[in-house]
Design a protein around this ligand. Structure first.
Ligand code: NIG
Ligand code: FE
Length: 385
């Protein structure tokens, strides 16, 4: 078993919840990584010997980010849609068909190459665990293909056949397909099922349709996630809580009833903020403060996708969370690490503790505050493994 001793950290940010703000900062700690697990944490002076030693020279060390919501596998270009939106056009999900057409046309190797490039970009920004959804195939073959390719790079794969009703397709027929043969073809490659529950978009799904999709997914052995309350007030949050989904994502428009429900079901369901979407669509930012102060479980993710947010940069999401969602730096960092882990029902990642996976990021800065303070800077200088 090869072991590595990491020393000379300015701060070890464990995110283990042991102090007031939950960051569990240890000022004079050393760390031993053994076979992709954290084997030992303690004072530098007490560190046992290891095979190799890495001196991080006064940098800050924290858990790698857990990006619990991405659509990283797709082909095509929707930059023109972004440009139109910046001059006032609203987002309604209609552009998804453009990506669907391009993704159906792309070969496995083309999709693999695009995915690898995007994964590299996510990793250099500090993400080690990345959830990836289908949803740009919307036919049986392409949905299954997307998930098979995503499975090559992550265990956190999500079947999103119910992203939108594809163009020129009868809603009822499509729902029958999604909950029948498409689900059967996709379930073997997926851990999760998701639905774009959004009555405010003519392309997405109503409450009843979403319930049908989620229940069928659960019967096929998948756990549940929901895109909800993105474009207006709606049923997504209530449905996620009712069905015990692991996460309800976007949460841009929340009523008091939604906030109460999320606080009540915090042990089951995490509310995941995706502020890169508000940044890229001109929707208002969610009232994260109210939700956090009510006691809900929250996460922060990128939603990297070609329509509403073409960024996988978790440091940027932390900067938006602090600047626009009024989260403290500690809340934002925790939401991007342990929060993401909770949204994926994982307890082996998102914090630095003995026995957990050694997904560790090194920050080219003396303290965790710099992650929010140095905007858009390439601060992540290392990532294990
Ligand atoms: O999470 N809202 C639905 N799905 C994506 C956007 C998909 C797209 O426009 O391509 C999202 O924002
Ligand atoms: Fe999404």
């Amino acid at each position: 078993m090869a072991s590595t001793l990491i020393t000379s950290m300015s701060q070890l940010v464990t995110c283990d919840g042991t102090d007031d703000d939950g960051l569990g900062i240890r000022p004079d700690a050393a760390l031993i990584v053994e076979d992709e697990r954290i084997a030992w944490i303690g004072a530098r002076s007490a560190a046992p010997a290891a095979d190799t030693q890495v001196d991080v020279d006064g940098r800050c060390v924290l858990p790698a980010f857990v990006d619990s919501h991405t659509h990283l596998i797709f082909a095509g270009d929707r930059s023109a849609e972004f440009t139109a939106r910046m001059s006032g056009q609203a987002y309604d999900g209609g552009g998804i068909d453009v990506t669907v057409a391009a993704t159906r046309e792309a070969s496995d190797d083309e999709l693999r190459e695009l995915l690898q490039l995007r994964l590299t970009r996510a990793r250099v920004q500090g993400s080690a665990t990345i959830e990836i959804k289908s949803g740009y195939g919307l036919d049986i073959d392409t949905e299954a293909r997307m998930l098979r390719l995503a499975r090559e790079v992550t265990d956190e794969t999500t079947f999103l056949g119910a992203h939108v009703v594809p163009a020129n397709t009868d809603r009822r027929d499509y729902l029958d397909e999604v909950t029948g043969p498409m689900l059967a073809a996709c379930a073997p490659h997926a851990r999760w099922v998701d639905v774009f529950c959004e009555p405010n978009s003519p392309h997405a799904f109503t409450e009843d349709e979403s319930r049908e999709v989620l229940q069928a997914g659960r019967a096929a052995g998948l756990d549940l996630r929901v895109h909800g309350n993105q474009l207006g007030y709606g049923p997504g949050v209530q449905l996620a809580c009712e069905l015990g989904a692991a996460s309800v994502d976007h949460c841009t428009y929340l009523s008091q009833r939604d906030i109460d429900a999320l606080a009540d079901c915090k042990d089951q369901t995490t509310a995941t903020f995706l502020p890169g979407v508000e940044f890229s669509t001109h929707e208002p930012y969610p009232d994260a403060r109210r939700l956090i102060d009510a006691g809900a479980s929250v996460a922060l993710a990128s939603d990297c996708n070609p329509g509403t947010c073409y960024s996988s940069a978790m440091p940027f999401m932390i900067q938006l969370a602090v600047r626009e969602l009024k989260m403290t730096i500690a809340e934002a960092v925790l939401a991007a690490t342990v929060g993401g882990a909770r949204a994926l029902r994982r307890d082996d990642i998102g914090r630095i503790a003995v026995g957990r996976r050694a997904h560790v990021a090194v920050l080219d800065a003396p303290s965790i505050e710099h992650l929010a303070y140095q905007i858009g800077m390439p601060l992540v200088s290392g990532l294990t493994p």
